[in-house]
Design a protein around this ligand. Structure first.
Ligand code: TYM
Length: 399
């Protein structure tokens, strides 16, 4: 391998937004000159939550058009639908056999998507174990209390307090187990094993660098762990450990409606995100309605003013500046002025992308040809690595 290899992808689930663009796709563009780049449309990942088949197909083309419109050049990079290269699913099966369930259970995105409670089973278990200590202490105190007049007087309160504490722990544990059981009964295997497939995407190309937004960091750490587990089992550094490339600015763009929540494709409110298909009016309207706060003036303070900080981050990312510089520029401005100028910057930056996406989507034949040749090139890279992996597992292969 002469150049380092980059792999990344976006789920074609529609509503491609500023977070996907600023946190990921935009950062892929310069890598095309220094790295060998493989960019997939993560449709196998998309079906881990229910998809309408017609929409999935439409969104796959739309996401491909967005890649190209944002500056991914099919002549320099491989662009393809993940499902068109079977090696992803096959390698995911193999890697799943090297992945302890405990690693997957810790994935925060799985917990969020499945709707699991934030409490971890480990914490509940610790509380239950502590109960034993509490009982032992209670027994000791009551016994001692028999010889101690002051404790005799207090023992009723002590007993009541401890019983109350124990009951609370028990109730929490029961509620936790109840919700855990209910959810695990209906949650899908694919959603749970999603990070193993993601590891297969990366390792299956021997990718060395993975440019993503901050929310994918945990999945990348897991991919490294899985690579390590396989390498240890075969006694060889077969899979390179992939490095995440997370740009410090715009790694986490927040919702326009809630500065403490990530901007997301699945937020029920369309006002929470600016998408790559929004026109100038929609962008201006969404920014006008974006959350701010009641403090006068503009300052960059992510801790106390998350909503304004998010708008500043977006402004800075769109104009190649820094949030602090923009804040200084608008220190005494009204929110309306600031939001108006931000809308203008967003439209200036995004409208050529949107226009190019439309043109590309008007010619699905050309788009499909790009995807077909991308799939072909991707197969050529992934197939030999899959064969080598299978050899190490001990599978029979035809000569
Ligand atoms: P997905 O489709 O959720 O997001 C695509 C990319 O956009 C980034 N991103 C954000 N960045 C900043 N602010 C946000 N609010 C924001 N929301 C999303 C994500 O970090 C991501 O880089 N599992 C991946 C797709 C995938 C993948 C892979 C990525 C599948 N296999 C292998 C890299 C390598 C996902 O669901 O991304």
């Amino acid at each position: 391998m002469t150049k380092k290899r980059v792999l990344s992808g976006v789920q074609p689930t529609g509503n491609l937004h500023l977070g996907n663009y600023l946190g990921a796709i935009r950062n892929w563009v310069p890598l095309q000159d220094s790295h060998e780049c493989v960019f997939m449309l993560a449709d196998l990942h998309a079906i881990t939550v229910p998809q309408n088949p017609a929409d999935l197909l439409k969104n796959t083309r739309e996401t491909a058009a967005a890649y190209i419109a944002c500056g991914i050049d099919p002549k320099k990079s491989i662009i393809f639908p993940q499902s068109a290269v079977r090696a992803h699913a096959e390698l995911a099966w193999i890697l799943g056999c090297y992945t302890p369930l405990g690693w997957l259970k810790r994935m925060t995105q799985y917990k969020e998507k499945a709707g699991l409670s934030a409490s971890s089973p480990e914490r509940i278990l610790k509380d239950l174990k502590d109960q034993k200590k509490i009982f032992t202490e209670l027994t000791r105190q009551v016994h001692e209390g028999l010889d101690n007049i002051r404790l005799q007087a207090d023992s009723k309160t002590i007993t009541a307090d401890i019983t109350q504490g124990v009951l609370e722990i028990n109730e929490e544990a029961a509620a936790f187990l109840e919700s855990e059981i209910k959810i695990s009964e209906k949650s899908k295997l694919g959603l749970f094993s999603y990070p193993v497939l993601m590891a297969a995407d990366i390792l299956g190309y021997h990718a060395t660098h993975v440019p993503v937004g901050e929310d994918q960091k945990q999945h990348l750490e897991l991919a490294r762990d899985i690579a390590g587990a396989f390498n240890r089992a075969c006694g060889e550094e077969f899979f390179p450990l992939p490095d995440p490339l997370i740009m410090p600015t715009a790694a986490r763009i927040m919702s326009l409606k809630d500065g403490t929540k990530k901007m997301s494709k699945s937020d029920p409110s369309d006002l929470s995100r600016i998408t790559l298909t929004d026109d100038a009016d929609a962008i201006a309207n969404k920014l006008r309605k974006a959350q701010t706060d009641t403090i006068t003036g503009i300052t960059y303070d992510p801790e106390t003013r998350p909503a304004i900080a998010n708008l500043l981050t977006i402004f800075a990312a769109l104009t190649d500046s820094t949030p602090q510089k923009i804040a200084d520029q608008y220190a005494t401005a009204q929110n309306s002025q600031f939001k108006g100028d931000l809308a203008e910057a967003a439209v200036t930056h995004l409208s050529p992308i949107t226009a190019r996406m439309r043109t590309l989507l008007d010619d699905t034949e050309t788009l499909d040809t790009i995807l077909a040749s991308g799939a072909h090139a991707a197969r050529d890279l992934a197939q030999p690595i899959l064969r080598e992996t299978m050899k190490r597992v001990g599978f029979w292969q035809s000569a």
